[in-house]
Ligand binder design. Sequence first.
Ligand code: MN
Length: 249
Amino acid sequence: MQSEKLSRRRFLAWGATTLAASILPRSWATALTVEPPSPAFATPPLPYPPDALEPYIDARTMEIHHGRHHDGYTKNLNRAIEQESTLREHTIESLLAEIPQLPAAVATTIRNHGGGYYNHNRFWEWMTPGGSEPTADFEAALTQHFGSRAEFQARFREAALRVFGSGWAWLIVRADGSLAITATPNQDNPLMRGLVSETGTPILGVDVWEHAYYLKYQNRRADYIDAWWNVVHWQRVSEQWTQTRTQIR
Ligand code: MN
């Protein structure tokens, strides 16, 4: 939806520039480019103030993580898109699903920075001040797949602790509608067909890069994950589970 809005805005901007070029003196018109402007992905604002997840995630970590790390991924992704006009108008999801088919000059940048852009867009939305509760249907699905919500959390925590170095742990909906826990290194994610061991639609993920927790927890990743459960937006996760299953059917 956002990409449709963006491309409409870009088209209007291009139209206005073209019109200006046609009515202005030639010397002015030459100075105005009639190339359509490149698409730009934007870092979405945090859905809550940076201190809203205290005491579990501190405000300074949130400010740096969102304002510098996430925004840096967005800027580098946009630079890659500007280099390759054929990639304009793609959604981030379609770019990440087709990395092996992308032009070699930008594939690694889109994998790393496009992955970082997408993963953080999702990550902020999976948290909310004080946390929230899952729907009864989703709680039942967790019980069916993992034994209980507590057992799911224990296995997800193990997957997050096993990530060597930087990466993410995920809860995904597979193509057949089932739930699975998986993990990826760096900014890879389960949308990246051909690059990761398990593909599906992420409905929950935890960032275990040190930048996500080091200021408050230093090397204690387990403490960070244990605290993180207090701010997980289970209601949102439940909604995304329902939406994803509807799309699969
Ligand atoms: Mn991060």
